[in-house]
Design a protein around this ligand. Structure first.
Ligand code: FRU
Length: 479
């Protein structure tokens, strides 16, 4: 049973949804096939799990305003990863251990019981922060009962200790937590349990030392893929380095081998997951076919969050498309989940396109909700694709640089860009959803994710080269 206070909080949130549903719906920038909040602010995806025939996506949710605050866990379910149904909020801040927010966490199936782990965030009147790792359970997958605190803050860390990700390995449960050491280094900290209630602190498996890799690590996730152990994490406090670390905070991964007995993790260097503007707090899960799937927040904390035009319509932020992860060597490739093909209609093909010093538009290739696929790309000079006269993707065949450029929604339409090196380009797979774009290069070798906002209704898509470019072009309308 939920406490009276939690029930009351959930009722207030539902009233907010009802009150503003038509305003959110009327926003020309609302998304059509991405998860977005019914009202208010959405941030991290939480508790991703395939459970009893359905995919569950929970998310950090502030129903009452479009800024951060005492978070709820919102909840969506789906049978196929593309058609989603909104469920009642799973968790609301209500108890002494989570009164200032049910912060990020994860889900596991414990013998048929859907079990959530989350961070109870507490702030005293004088601003002192407390953190508790908490548990909640459900037997039907929609009504959750809090079970209270299962992990207290161990010695050696500040109260920036959160975002438990739990998984099973050889009959034991493990939990990795994002942390800040007392020396102010970001860390990923490992715990072990036999019963999900009692947790043994193993220690930090990775982290910075003497300030060399950020002051806080958020939202860690550990999983095995192709015989290697991957740690995804979000370090805060990295300085920009050339084309790297251009956003306020980063999201990336290490690949290595984790010794579950000692907690020793031997790993390579950090690689960014996404090269665009809005991408943070990714979480992974295993789907019904055993594939590793990742969803992230299409936003970054403290990065122009109060400038999004959608705020005028009472909502802000969204989640990325689900992406299948594949490890090739020590590189994670991200591929848009196959089921997205269920949304396709109005198929158009332009095979054997050849462009020479020109700008071209193609019959049937335009729209606000579009999937574009360019294959067997070849060329010289710079090739670019322009969308809604606002955002463009380009590849420089000479410099071997991929660039995403957009009109800033925070700095008066000023042009801003993100870039990465790419030794060759053969495939571009692009998903446009009204005010979001996700671009997968070379079957997921690099990905650019971003939001963009045009002033008027605009369905424009054009292709340009200052030398020459050839490719096969396919386009679908989505939903
Ligand atoms: C990451 C994060 C998490 C925290 C949550 C609060 O975006 O700061 O570390 O649990 O958001 O909403």
């Amino acid at each position: 049973m939920k406490s009276l206070n939690e029930k009351k909080q959930i009722q207030l949130a539902e009233e907010e949804v009802k009150k503003y549903a038509s305003i959110v719906e009327s926003d020309p920038n609302r998304l059509r096939y991405h998860l977005m909040p019914p009202v208010g602010l959405m941030n991290d995806p939480n508790g991703l799990i395939y459970w009893k025939g359905a995919y569950h996506v929970f998310y950090q949710w502030m129903p009452f305003q479009t800024t951060h605050g005492a978070k709820f866990w919102g909840h969506y379910t789906s049978r196929d990863f593309v058609h989603w149904e909104r469920q009642a909020p799973a968790l609301a801040p209500s108890e002494w251990f989570d009164r200032n927010g049910c912060y990020s966490g994860s889900a596991v199936d414990n013998d048929g019981v859907l079990t959530l782990f989350y961070t109870g965030n507490v702030k005293d009147d004088d601003g002192t922060r407390h953190t508790y790792q908490c548990m909640a359970v459900s037997s039907d997958g929609v009504r959750f009962e809090k079970k209270g605190v299962v992990v207290h803050l161990p010695d050696g860390y500040t109260a920036h200790f959160r975002d438990p990700k739990v998984w099973k390995h050889e009959n034991k449960w493990y939990m990795v937590i994002g942390a800040q050491s007392e020396q102010l280094d970001g860390k990923a900290v490992l715990f072990r349990s036999d019963d999900l209630m009692h947790w043994e602190h193993i220690g930090a498996i990775a982290g910075g030392e003497d300030g060399n890799f950020g002051y806080m690590w958020e939202c860690p996730d550990v999983f095995r893929l192709s015989g290697k152990d991957v740690l995804i994490v979000c370090p805060q406090g990295l300085q920009p380095e050339g084309m790297h670390y251009q956003n306020v905070y980063q999201a990336g991964y290490f690949v290595g081998q984790l010794n579950y007995e000692t907690g020793q993790y031997v790993h390579g260097t950090f690689t960014e997951l996404d090269r665009g503007f809005e991408f943070y707090a990714p979480q992974t899960m295993v789907d019904e076919h055993g594939r590793r799937v990742m969803i992230a927040w299409m936003g970054v904390p403290d990065q122009d969050e109060d400038q999004h035009p959608t705020i005028a319509y009472r909502w802000v932020h969204a989640l990325t498309l689900p992406r299948e992860l594949v490890l090739i060597g020590d590189k994670l490739y991200q591929r848009p989940i196959e089921q997205l093909q269920l949304l396709r209609s109005d198929e158009v093909h332009h095979p054997n396109v050849f462009l020479q010093k020109e700008v071209r538009q193609f019959d049937g290739v335009k729209g606000k909700t579009v999937e574009l696929l360019l294959k067997q790309i070849d060329g010289k000079g710079v090739f670019s694709i322009h969308i809604q006269n606002n955002v463009s993707f380009s590849y420089d065949f000479e410099q071997k640089v991929a660039t995403l450029e957009r009109e800033s929604f925070a700095r008066n339409g000023m042009k801003e860009k993100r870039q990465c090196l790419l030794s060759q380009l053969h495939t571009i797979h692009m998903f446009i959803d009204t005010s979001s774009i996700e671009i997968f290069l070379n079957d997921g070798e690099e990905v650019f994710t971003a939001r963009f906002f045009t002033k008027e209704e605009n369905e424009h898509i054009s292709f340009q080269t200052n030398a020459e470019a050839s490719f096969h072009l396919s386009k679908w309308k989505l939903c």
